[in-house]
Each structure stands twice: as C-alpha cells, then as structure tokens.
Design a protein around this ligand. Structure first.
Ligand SMILES: [Zn+2]
Length: 189
C-alpha cells in the first residue's frame, strides 16, 4: 500500500465529493430536460411519467431550466425548444388532439424522418405534435405515417423532405446558437 498523507487524503476526498455533486447536478438537469420535452421513444405506456401534457406546461418547465451548457447541451436544449415550438404550432393548426390519430391529446414532438438525420432534426417540415402512442408506433410502422404525410402535404413535399434528410448537415456551434435564439423568440412571444 502506498503511503498517503492526511492532506492528500483530504484532497482525494474533496475530489470525490465534487464529482458526486456534479453527477447529481447533471442528473437533475437531465430530469428537467426530460420533463420539459415530454418525449419518450422507449415506451408509450409509461407516458404518464413523461412530463407535462400541454405545450404551455412544457414551455414553463423548459423556462425553469437555468443551467449553462456546452454543445451537447445546446443540442439537447434545441431539441426541447423545437419540441415545444412544434407542439404549440400543431395545437394552433390542428387543435389539442394528435393530428395523426385524432384520438389522444398532443404529448410530444413527432419526427417523420429520424432525428439522427441532423439535416432535418429541427426542420418544421419534418415534425408535428403527436401523442406518445403514434410517436412510439412510428418506430416500427413508419409507412403509415409517411402515407399520412403524403396525403396531407403532397408527394412533392415528401420528396423534398426525403432529399433534404440525406444531405449531410454539419452545424457549427454558432449556427446552433442562432437556431436556438430563433426558436426561443418564437416560443416566448
Ligand atoms: Zn396519435
């Protein structure tokens, strides 16, 4: 066993305490973000634990998140803001029910093309407010929703979106920050 002085031991202990505090802070941040976005790709049946229903409540939850964060956090915050904005927009255009099924209330932000395609991740043409069930169903029954999209917006609109989704998008942090500001203005006005 190597010999450790009292002060070295104290420094180590402080470091562990700091790490733990940071971890807790992170977990709390993640929890708040999750609550605000109200979005789950995992399990539609657990939707009750997934945060506020109405866009107004989601907006308030979002506004209570204070922490400053880096690029990864910026993307997360953009996702949250975008989700809120899309739900607000959908509510205005279609009313409070999910426009995809018409059966359940708006609960999250639905992407017709996966968010992993960054070029259309924050594209209004690629998103609509939906219920958790439809969002979950899209994981294994995408054709149904592509069909809905084509009927609602036309084949050309779908082709445009599909083409755009296959473009490689490399957003600089500055561009992301600009997007964030734009969305913030939209959501807060
Ligand atoms: Zn639905």
């Amino acid at each position: 066993m190597p010999f450790i002085t009292k002060s070295e031991f104290k420094a180590m202990k402080d470091k562990i305490v700091q790490k733990k505090a940071k971890r807790l802070e992170n977990a709390e941040f993640q929890r708040q973000v999750k609550y605000a976005v109200g979005n789950s790709h995992q399990d539609a049946s657990k939707s009750s634990a997934n945060g506020p229903r109405s866009p107004e409540k989601a907006k308030n939850a979002y506004l209570s998140i204070k922490r400053r964060i880096g690029r990864k956090g910026l993307i997360k915050k953009l996702d949250v803001l975008f989700s809120i904005w899309i739900r607000m927009k959908t509510k205005k255009e279609y009313g409070p029910m999910c426009p995809l099924c018409g059966k359940r209330p708006l609960q999250c932000c639905f992407h017709f093309i996966t968010r992993s395609k960054h070029s259309v991740r924050w594209d209004e043409a690629n998103a609509i407010g939906s219920c958790h069930s439809c969002n979950f169903e899209n994981e294994f029954n995408q054709a149904k929703f592509i069909n809905w999209y084509q009927k609602r917006f036309g084949l050309a609109a779908w082709d445009d979106l599909f083409f755009k989704s296959n473009q490689i998008a490399k957003f600089s942090t500055a561009v992301l920050q600009e997007k964030y500001k734009e969305l913030k203005t939209l959501v807060e006005r």
